[in-house]
Design a protein around this ligand. Sequence first.
Ligand code: 5GP
Ligand code: ZN
Length: 139
Amino acid sequence: MPDCIFCAIAGGDIPGRIVHETEHSLAFLDVNPLAPGHTLVVPKDHYARLDDVPDEITADLFRTVDELVPRVEEAVDADATNVGINNGPAAGQEVEHVHVHIVPRFDDDGGNPIHAVAGDVPDLSDEEMDDIEATLSES
Ligand code: 5GP
Ligand code: ZN
């Protein structure tokens, strides 16, 4: 995909601090890390959102994340990690090439849990929860 910074890194056209590679996935350090060791794991091919990624590549991507989390934690002596995807612009995705953030966390680092990403937290009734449950389980 032209003009995609992560395609450029995957294609070797621009430098990236690559820390791991599989057949379908690439992991490199975030250029503006939220913590030491902040790592991004991407499919080598361009997909904008998680739903666009073929199953085999999704499996490789998450297997790679699973392998990397303990390595990242060990490399920077982290106490924990937040692992997440900004899946679409409304969720804060700025680079439109699927990427999983692995953000090392440290005791008392002043950060927040992943719950802090939400905007106005809704006060849903039981009926609304029932509707969502039914719609989702039937989809
Ligand atoms: P998003 O908001 O799309 O989930 O996050 C994009 C991430 O990509 C940001 O954390 C940002 O620092 C990182 N990023 C943007 N441009 C580059 C780049 O050229 N190289 C690397 N390694 N990371 C980048
Ligand atoms: Zn791309």
